[in-house]
Ligand binder design. Structure first.
Ligand code: BJW
Ligand code: ZN
Length: 259
């Protein structure tokens, strides 16, 4: 079933009302309408001479810590300025209508929490929880970002207060393991849910992209929300082609019109 932005299928509204356990799996597209660039669009302007996939690695941080730290401070500044959008709010509201709902996000911002979602598993860490690259001691950043954190700026990472090694962003880079608790909780939820939404993700990065597959294999309904096609289009039961901040509130209104 493929839908344009006009219609929410009645059968989907019924599936939503009947669902007991929902997983909402999100990617960068859910924060796009809050003004946070998606991962694969995050290197615009002065950052455009770099390749996001090459910067998001431990090797890049070791070789060019000031470029990588500067990029993450620029993105942290964007996240601090941003507010949750209608998609984050609709997902938080949805949790109040179903017995069990887990948000599993690949995003490193905290917009789901700021919209009021209580159960959020962060598979790829957080922009707001840096740690020592050597001894892993947590490092506290100020809640504002220095004026230095402009587009394309190199910034030297702070030194760890415990051992002096460079502090690194608290995110999961390519080649690194996902946080064990977040990953095992997400897998369990995907295998036990009756409905999984995959929202605003290119579904290219593994192991996160396995979650919709696991849900499908366990017999769940899988619904995708994305303005573009992804590898999941062929398998999802329903593809809602549109922006998340437009589609998610309409989905909620279709299922519970009295609200
Ligand atoms: C909208 C919208 C709107 C726009 N509304 N939608 C199996 C097969 C192949 C490869 C691998 C495999 N297993 C592991 C790998 C290697 C690798 C991998 O997956 N590589 C692929 C590129 C092929 N995976 C790993 O390395 C992972 N670790 C691992 O597997 O550990 C075990 C291991 C250890 C040692 C050796 C080998 C294995 C770790 C992956 C960590 C990914 N981390 C990043 C960076 C985080 C920090 C940061 O943000 O900088 O996470 S990468 C990046 O991709 C980021 C994102 O969370 C993630 C997913 O991206 P996302 O969210 O889908 O964003 P985009 O930009 O791709 O897409 C946005 C979407 O939104 C688009 O579809 C738009 O259309 C849509 N959109 N506006 C709705 N308004
Ligand atoms: Zn240290």
């Amino acid at each position: 079933m493929t839908s344009t932005h006009q219609d929410i299928p009645a059968a989907l509204a019924q599936t939503l009302r009947d669902a007991q356990r929902i997983v909402v799996f999100t990617g960068a597209g859910v924060s796009a309408e809050s003004g946070i660039a998606t991962f694969r669009d995050a290197l615009t302007g002065l950052w455009s001479r770099f390749d996001a996939q090459a910067l998001a690695t431990p090797e890049a941080f070791r070789a060019q810590p000031d470029i990588v730290w500067g990029w993450y401070e620029w993105r942290r500044a964007q996240a601090l300025r941003a507010n949750p959008n209608a998609a984050h709010h609709a997902i938080a509201a949805l949790a109040r209508h179903v017995p069990e709902l887990l948000v599993v996000t690949q995003n490193v911002d905290d917009l789901h929490e700021r919209a009021g979602s209580a159960r959020v598993a962060h598979l790829h860490g957080s922009l707001h929880a840096p740690r020592c690259s050597d001894c892993a001691a947590p490092h506290t950043l100020s809640s504002s970002v220095t004026e230095e954190a402009g587009e394309g700026r190199r910034i030297a990472p702070p030194a760890c207060a415990v051992c002096g090694a460079p502090v690194r962003p608290g995110v999961v880079w390519f080649g690194e393991s996902l946080p064990a608790d977040a990953w095992s909780g997400a897998l369990r939820a995907a295998e036990q849910c009756d409905l999984l939404f995959s929202i605003g993700t290119s579904a290219l990065v593994y192991p996160a992209a396995e979650l919709p597959q696991r849900a499908l294999a366990a017999g769940a309904t899988v619904v995708q929300v994305n303005p573009a096609m992804t590898p999941l289009d062929r398998q999802a039961h329903c593809n809602l082609h549109g922006g998340a901040a437009d589609v998610m509130p309409r989905l909620l209104a279709a299922a519970w019109p009295a609200l």
